[in-house]
Design a protein. Structure first.
Length: 86
């Protein structure tokens, strides 16, 4: 499960709106994304995903790796830091 927003370990770079955009672009509902993550033997329920998308929590490293696997992307996709295009 993700960390609480008041946890000092919460990544200040986490961008929940980027997760929402990726999810919608891929055509996943919250339930569908939760199921896709579960196929990778990682837990992230619908309410957890909702909290991530609204920046109330952030995924732990294992959950972030599962998200990256589902979307075939790098973790930086979910970062607030500006991305340089090459």
């Amino acid at each position: 499960m993700g960390r609480p927003a008041n946890d000092p370990g919460l990544s200040k770079d986490w961008n929940g709106s980027a997760l929402r955009a990726q999810r919608q672009l891929a055509g996943y509902t919250l339930e569908g994304l939760s199921a896709a993550i579960a196929l990778r033997e990682v837990s992230a329920g619908k309410s957890t995903l909702h909290r991530w998308e609204n920046n109330h929590n952030a995924p732990n490293p294992e959950q972030l790796a599962a998200l990256c696997d589902v979307f075939a992307c790098r973790p930086a996709v979910f970062s607030k830091a500006p991305q340089l295009r090459r």
